[in-house]
Write a protein that binds this ligand. Sequence first.
Ligand code: ADP
Ligand code: MG
Length: 896
Amino acid sequence: MRQYLDIKDKHPDAVLFFRLGDFYEMFFEDAVLGARLLDLTLTTRDKGKDDAVPMCGVPHHAARGYIAKLTELGHKVVLCEQVEDPKLAKGLVKREVVRIVTPGIVLDDEVLEPKLPRYVVALVPASRAPAKPAKARITKKPAFAVGTRPGDRPVVEAPPAIDTCGLAYLDATTGELAATELAMSAVVDELVRIAPREVICAPELLAESSRLAPIRARYRCAWNAGVIPDDVGEELAALDVDPELAERPLAGRAAAAVVAYARSTQPTGALPITRLALYAPGDSVVLDEAAIANLELVETLIGRKRQGSLLDVVDDTVTAPGGRLLRRWLLYPLVDVERIRRRQDAVAWLVERPALTDAIRKTLGKIADLERLAGKCTLGVATPRDLGRLRDALLQLPELIELVRSGHDAFSRLNWSGDPMLLDRPADLPALLDLRACADPALPKLARRLSEALVDEVPALLKDGGVIRAGFDATIDDCRRLADGGKDEILAIEEREQKATQIASLKVRYNRVFGYYLEVTKSHLAKVPAHYVRKQTIATGERYVTPELAELERKVLGAEDTLAAREAELFRIEVQRVAQLARQVSAAGAALAVLDACGSLAQVAAQRGYCRPTVDDGLALDLVDGRHPVIEALLPEGTFVPNDCRLDAGPESTEQLVLITGPNMAGKSTYMRQVAQIVLLAQIGSFVPAKAATIGLCDRVFTRVGAADNLSRGDSTFMVEMRETATILAKATRRSLVVLDEVGRGTSTFDGVSIAWAVGEYLHDVLGARTLFATHYHELVALADTRRRVKNVSVAVREHKGEIVFLRRVVPGGASKSYGIDVARLAGLPASVIARSREIMSRLEGGSQLAASPQLSLLAPAPPSPALARLATVDLDRTTPLQALQILDELKALLS
Ligand code: ADP
Ligand code: MG
């Protein structure tokens, strides 16, 4: 108990799994918690005594499931093992903490999702306010100036120091480590994008009153205390670090903190980190929480499912690292034309070589997750099966390199066989697809070595034995011969003794108590020779030992022990060998991930008929026959109606703000989201669902989606809607893309129209950002009368025999009518309510009192005729002629 308490003392914030023989036991409050969360029986030690200790436990072989459950619930689990053989220990068995599993640092393949990174984040806010607040730097947006050169990039101003926060994220399974500095106000957005399972920060900041409290409230995951080291150098030594880190002290401290935290969870293993990447918020398209959610980049708005997200459509990767990379690409779209073109070149090259791409993807699919396998070797948690998969993956590399380099030949052969002209085409392999990292000579050497050392079909676990290949190690071969020979010898002894004693049923058997023995049944006892030593009497006969058997046993068991120890030793050496080359192995894995991600984009482009967009530094956006990538994929082929889109933030433009009117359900939201998704796809280097596309880079994509559309996030209040709108108006630049969907819907019509109108004016007059503005308030079309860069479009509907038909086509000009009542009728509102609505509407429209005193006209309408009201309730289909007469009578009475 003292040993337990000593260890527990060092880990007060974690559940301690304390190894006792075949069980992990929990005690005290850990036991109470564990019993409740894991559904275990709570017992006590020293039952009956006053100070009985609550305890519960789980069998060690089933522990991983329980550990996973606790960490997924946000707890930390400390694994404390017996580190010496209890049989050999003098006194108390030595125990040590071998690993700490936290929500953000999990190494268990059964818990990790292959295509998702597992991040832990460290946050380090600037320590305290300067004595005198620095003079506030007002970054007022310049009024839109006609004549400003198109292509001007906005000046990105560094956030003022006091409001800054260092942020670093780490995936301990791969060693991916990156850090940045950003404004406190942007932290939640960045957390949403990184999606860590755990955030650590200084313990004092976890206090509820701290500046991080609002962030914690909005980003829910496990928030734990970590040490924020002052000496950054020590933690980050030996890593490749950007020299710029010196100017980013908070980023450096956050990186050091997350590394120190991860190290503290692996007392017995090293971390696979080799590099700290620095990044800045301006390196990629700024996407806030709302944009990520509303554009359904990685999960749907409703139900938060991956299926139905943009990622789901474009992710056809065949490897886990490829899947993780593509996800990163989608969440961090590029803002550099050159880099985008480089990706496009790679995708295009593959699109042009469909058969080759197919072959490449087939081979890629056979290659295991090199990044995580290298990580596991470094961490010392690799299993024999892991090493086997790593070997098999490395063995595939030469073929894959050959395949990609032969691109030109393969292309010609597979597609235009026999055409000699084409064989002269230069291969011009795009830079991104160059697998130089996979051609490191150390890799085939490693593969050869592993092939020599390991059997072909490697068993899952070390304890299963049979890991090392025959002929690799003399000791192992000897031991195996002995162990196997032992079995042969047993058979030989059995046969010989059967003959000698004339007892055909004599058997050589083994149990743990006596070792090898001879068993003779009752009826033959008389024939037992004198030199047999009787050991045990059983119901059916007697058991004997002989010196010969004892000797054999010693040899066989000794050989088995030696064999197991030697296999374990050699296995560890091979794991070490990989660990030493982990950097090269994971670099190869990273190169394959790029190939896979590009291959996926190529596959999707080819399969769905996407085009290569022209991406430039301009301020225009021009889509011909654009489609919504997700909805298109859901509908039967060819039924999605494509639409053009033109936006231009240039000075001569007449279409900077496109106002989209049309009834509910017409397709406004779909149209706007499709434009935004196409822009993002283009900026990750993907092809896009359109016939042709020209896209001037966007620095930020903002979305504001009507309250009613995102109830699932619990953000249904008008306040939230306005806050999001405020953010857009504060932060959008001329290079941004703004998508406003039904601004003002969350309040009364007249408030709503007024706010929407003023927001539209501001976007036009002040911000000048390319804007798509959807509203079912058709009153807003008048905005174009006074604002030159406002253009009206509408989603067409047709009335057909009194029914409204949605055409899904975006046409020039504003909608003249809301059709709200028509849609309500389609939705099945009672006929009487529809009739009454039409009546009220015609009165509102007809009377000039709408403008004069709209509230009055609504609240105190001329009393509706009771006769008409009664008439409206009549269902003619269910009215008999007699009833009709009665109704007529009633009506007459009402009129009089
Ligand atoms: P609104 O925002 O105008 O109320 P939505 O954009 O939500 O309308 O569209 C309503 C439905 O119409 C969507 O669920 C979608 O399936 C369908 N739809 C929208 N645009 C198209 C299109 N271009 N082609 C086919 N179906 C579409
Ligand atoms: Mg809508």
